[in-house]
Structure formats: structure tokens, C-alpha cells
Design a protein around this ligand. Structure first.
Ligand code: PXP
Length: 252
């Protein structure tokens, strides 16, 4: 079992608030520094094709700032040649390939690696050759996990959105069934030599059962933390999430 679960804080929605006014504040890099000081291990940012939150300049600033501090940037991006060029230029420590549709509010499902193997594998190879660790954001589906292991990616990030929605809506049986699928997916991925991450929709209530999955090495959490920061401050929100991750892992 990985003893300590790393926490990647996704700061996209600091940029969402900034962009609502078209001004220069709040600054995602400032949020990143506070998150790191409060217990985050790394920073995650999704450069979407429509640039609705994080901008190209944010990625340049975050990459430089994190490199200087020796901390990882996890760049989430669609599998497109435009994004590949940007990732090759900034060489983030980690890249997470995600599906992207312009009309979605957030990343709604996992990548179809089984159907898109021939298209995804060359992206993985180019990113790895450039020095980034590549992760594929997928559902906990045996076919997708098996396909991911054949792309050359070192990591899979399992989509926890459906579990978190079911748990929050009080659908206990549904949540329990999805959690079992996540556990089985994590076991399968680890047995294929993949590092296992998890993310999407995680809050204070759902983080402990996910952190308790023994194969999970990293969680990426954004929207809830930035929302919570409005009430308690970002440092307090990150610190409390860190505490709950450790409690979840300790109880595993
Ligand atoms: N992991 C991935 C791959 C994502 O796309 C996102 C959302 O950008 C997250 C984690 C974080 O999800 P949330 O903002 O719901 O915590």
C-alpha cells in the first residue's frame, strides 16, 4: 500500500472567478503558492480548448513558479495537436490526458482509450520522450484500464465523479456499487503496473473512502476546495482536506 496519498490541488476555478470580470485577480499562481504551503504536494490546471478558465499565460507562470520551487505541475489537457505543442514547450512534470467537449460544464466522462488507442498512444510517447509523466483520465472500466496499460502511460486517474454525485445525493446503494468498481479498477490497474490516481467531484464527505483505496497514490481536487475557500480561506480548506485524506488512509 502507498502510505501517504499525494494531494494535487486544481486551481482552475480561481481563474474562473478572475475571468468573470476580465481583470488580473484573483491570481491562480498566488492560490497555488498558498495551497502548497498548506499541504498540497502539487498543482493541477486544465488548459481547456476554449480557455474558459486557465489561460496560456497562467500555464507559463505556473510552470515557471513550480519549477523554481521544485514542485510538480500536473497539466490536464485534451488529446489535440495544439495542446501537445503547449505541453512539449512547458514540459510539466505530469500531463493528464482528458476527454473534452466544448458544451460540457466539466469533464463528464473518461477518455475512450479502448476505442482511441491508435490516436492516444503516439501522444503518450511524445510526452514521455519530452520528460512528462503521462496519466490517462478514465472510468473504472476493465476494458479501458487494460487499454490504458497498452498505451505506454505510467498512470491512470480514475474518474470519481459518479461516486461523489451518488454519495452526495444520498443514493447509498449506488454509491457503494460505484466504490466497489473503483476499488476493483485500482487493483486491476496496479496489477498491470500502472500508478493509480483518482479525482473529480471529491469533497470532505467523499474523500475518506477514496483515500482508503490502498492502490491510490494521488488525488486531484479542485472545485470543492476553491468553493470552500470562500468560507474558510484556501489554506484552511487544503489543510482540512489533507487531514481527511490522511485519516482515510490510516483507517484503510
Ligand atoms: N481530475 C481531472 C482529470 C479533472 O478533469 C478534474 C476537473 O478539472 C479534476 C480532477 C478535479 O475535479 P474537481 O474540480 O471536481 O475536484
Amino acid at each position: 500500500m502507498t502510505k501517504r496519498v499525494r494531494l494535487g490541488v486544481n486551481i482552475d476555478h480561481v481563474a474562473t472567478i478572475r475571468n468573470a470580470r476580465g481583470v488580473s485577480y484573483p491570481d491562480p499562481s498566488r492560490a497555488a503558492i498558498i495551497a502548497l504551503e498548506a499541504g498540497a504536494d502539487g498543482i493541477t490546471a486544465h488548459l481547456r480548448e476554449d480557455r474558459r478558465h486557465i489561460s496560456d499565460a497562467d500555464i507559463a507562470n505556473l510552470a515557471a513558479m513550480l519549477r523554481e520551487r521544485g514542485r510538480p505541475l500536473n497539466l490536464e489537457m485534451a488529446v489535440t495537436s495544439e495542446m501537445l505543442e503547449i505541453a512539449l514547450k512547458h514540459r510539466p512534470l505530469a500531463v493528464c490526458l482528458v476527454p473534452e467537449r466544448r458544451e460540457e460544464r466539466t469533464t463528464e466522462g473518461g477518455l475512450d482509450v479502448a476505442g482511441g488507442h491508435n490516436w492516444i498512444a503516439p501522444f503518450v510517447a511524445k510526452l514521455r520522450d519530452n520528460g512528462s509523466r503521462v496519466s490517462l483520465f478514465i472510468g473504472a472500466d476493465p476494458l479501458q484500464i487494460e487499454a490504458a496499460s497498452r498505451t505506454g502511460a505510467e498512470v491512470v486517474e480514475l474518474h470519481t465523479g459518479a461516486y461523489c454525485d451518488a454519495a452526495r445525493d444520498g443514493h447509498e446503494d449506488k454509491a457503494a456499487a460505484i466504490l466497489e468498481a473503483l476499488k476493483a479498477g485500482a487493483r486491476q490497474a496496479a496489477s498491470l503496473g500502472l500508478e493509480v490516481h483518482a479525482g473529480h467531484g471529491i469533497d470532505y464527505e467523499t474523500v475518506e473512502p477514496i483515500a482508503a483505496i490502498p492502490e491510490v497514490a494521488e488525488l486531484n481536487i479542485g472545485h470543492f476546495l476553491i468553493g470552500e475557500a470562500i468560507f474558510t480561506g484556501l489554506a484552511q480548506a487544503v489543510g482540512e482536506m489533507r487531514r481527511r485524506i490522511d485519516a482515510g488512509r490510516a483507517g484503510a
